[in-house]
Design a protein around this ligand. Structure first.
Ligand SMILES: Cc1cc2nc3c(=O)[nH]c(=O)nc-3n(C[C@H](O)[C@H](O)[C@H](O)COP(=O)(O)OP(=O)(O)OC[C@H]3O[C@@H](n4cnc5c(N)ncnc54)[C@H](O)[C@@H]3O)c2cc1C
Length: 492
């Protein structure tokens, strides 16, 4: 029988953790436990039952094995920057924090590979690879603080994923502690192992299939030339049309990022990035590659922007200007705090060609509801980040913001897109999964989860609105689900 719910299981795991870890690697005092009560989505808060900070894969395996033995749920946490509540702790479970697993085990430049531990900060991989002439391409805006383990679990993206692909295209191998506490290796240095792509299943699984204790990542050669262009337009329609025209011309820039007037206003106030005055939208376009190719693409991009109404085009002439252009974009989420006390960072995807239509519909939603929405997003791959602004202290504003936020996701689905592009489902969007997937699709996904984690201990309550119990018959659940009874899940 599971002891997890009784607290006895948790005590047993705490005792085992004390044997396995150094003294300060086990946190039990309530005040310190509260430090970990949320991730980047701070309106969900749960104080974990226990926090452990292992330093080795074997220690992670030992703790997970103890959780399995005593039926105690656990959640992995990297840097806690997730925006979907994926690392939200379990009140009667263990939070396994990887911040002491920060070794870069190997940089093999000749092989274009690096082997890193899960707590390694994203940007540190690039810092380690640069002296060898390489870098790590996936670059979430949080790259100065987020961890590779979190990136792997969320299949994180970033500005440069338009040309180079998401995390899943750059993780070629991983060491995983399974929910049974076994340490296994998935993938490896050579491409295309036979059999099912289990690594592919684990990348993006949001910590529900086990805990990654190392990742082998692909390194990309530093380009010969990089050009960063800031382009001002009168409207998001024009900027969207320019984006489509660039891609239709067969050019794949390293990045095409868009910000609308409200997002520009916020960024200006926060970091004084000097974006074109009076712009209804700006594009940050980055071209990289061989110098001759970049020159040719630059001429074409410049012309296409002009043809689509650009009123100002500014090419960064040195690294300082380039950094300032990027600073405006990369600080945009935080900057919105300057113009609104509260906001929801939404994350949806649409086909790029639907950009003008969806942006117009978001504008209309904002107009009719009176809820302001700032748009900042990866325009090149149609990954929207509408920032829905509200003031929690004012009656009804949070409910109205939540409603607009949900309606934006409906728009994305209606236009053939998705409820999340890179921030994951976590706890926040589990309720939207049935809007996008039918019962059979959800059941099939749950069968995969059950194959890895039959006892539903690895990050339970995330991704799926109603967890399937393994051994259940597929199809729509009838009556009250046992997990509902236990207070672990809600049906939407
Ligand atoms: C200002 C800001 C900007 C952002 N910009 C971007 C962006 O451009 N693109 C983007 O994709 N995201 C972005 N994010 C979201 C976030 O940074 C990413 O999701 C990131 O990958 C989370 O990493 P983390 O280490 O903080 O993970 P956490 O928040 O700690 O965890 C995230 C998820 O990963 C799981 N997890 C963590 N470590 C492991 C492990 N070792 N094994 C298995 N599961 C694990 C957790 O259980 C949780 O489900 C942004 C966030 C902020 C605050």
């Amino acid at each position: 029988m599971s002891e997890g719910g009784t607290g006895l299981g948790l005590q047993a795991v705490a005792a085992r953790a004390t044997e396995l870890l150094s003294r300060d690697g086990v946190v039990t005092e309530r005040a310190r436990l509260r430090t970990y009560e949320c991730d980047g989505l701070a309106h969900y808060r749960v104080t974990p039952g226990l926090v452990v900070m292992p330093e080795t894969a074997e220690q992670v395996a030992g703790i997970v094995r103890s959780c399995a033995e005593h039926g105690v749920p656990y959640v992995a946490r990297g840097s806690g920057t997730g925006l979907s509540g994926g690392a939200l702790p379990h009140a009667e479970g263990v939070l396994i924090v990887t911040s002491r697993m920060r070794r870069i085990r190997e940089v093999r430049a000749d092989d274009q590979r690096a082997v890193v531990e899960p707590g390694v900060i994203n940007l540190d991989v690039t810092r380690a690879a640069t002296p060898h002439g390489y870098y790590y391409a996936p670059d979430p805006s949080s790259q100065q603080i987020c961890s590779i383990g979190g990136n792997l679990a969320e299949n994180s993206g970033g500005a440069h994923c338009l040309k180079y692909g998401f995390t899943t295209n750059h993780v070629v191998g991983a060491e995983l502690v399974t929910p049974q506490g076994d340490l296994v290796t998935l993938g490896g240095a050579a491409p295309d192992a036979p059999g099912y792509d289990l690594l592919g299943a684990v990348v993006g699984s949001e910590g529900t299939l086990g805990i990654a204790t190392s990742a082998t990542v692909r390194l990309v050669r530093l380009p010969e030339e990089v050009r960063t262009l800031l382009v001002g337009f009168g409207s998001t329609d024009q900027a969207g049309a320019a984006t489509s025209a660039i891609i239709a011309a067969g050019i794949v820039p390293a990045a095409i990022e868009m910000m609308d007037a409200l997002a520009i206003e916020a960024a200006e106030e926060a970091v004084h990035c000097g974006y074109p005055a009076g712009a209804g939208a700006v594009l940050v376009i980055e071209l990289d590659g061989a110098a001759a190719e970049v020159q040719q693409e630059y001429d074409e991009v410049e012309r296409l922007c002009r043809d689509n109404g650009a009123f100002e085009q500014r090419l960064a002439t040195d690294p300082v200007e380039r950094a300032l252009i990027w600073k405006g974009r990369k600080s945009a989420f935080a900057a919105v705090g300057r113009i609104s006390p509260d906001y929801i960072v939404q994350d949806g995807v649409i086909p790029r060609t639907a950009l003008p239509e969806v942006l117009a519909a978001i504008d209309e939603l904002s107009g009719t509801s009176g809820v302001r929405v700032a748009n900042v997003f990866h325009a090149g791959d149609g990954n929207l980040h509408p920032l829905v602004l509200f003031d929690e202290t004012k009656d009804g504003e949070s409910e109205a913001a939540e409603k607009v936020s949900g309606a934006i996701l409906d728009l994305c689905i209606e236009h053939g897109g998705s409820i999340t592009g890179e921030h994951g489902v976590g706890v926040d969007k589990a309720k939207y999964m049935p809007r996008m997937f039918g019962a059979d699709d959800l059941d099939t996904m749950q069968l995969v989860r059950c194959a890895f984690d039959p006892d539903n201990l690895s990050n339970p309550g995330k991704v799926f609105p109603t967890p399937r119990l393994c051994g259940e018959v597929p199809g729509r659940h009838k009556g009250v689900h046992p997990a509902q009874d236990a207070g672990l899940a809600e049906v939407f």
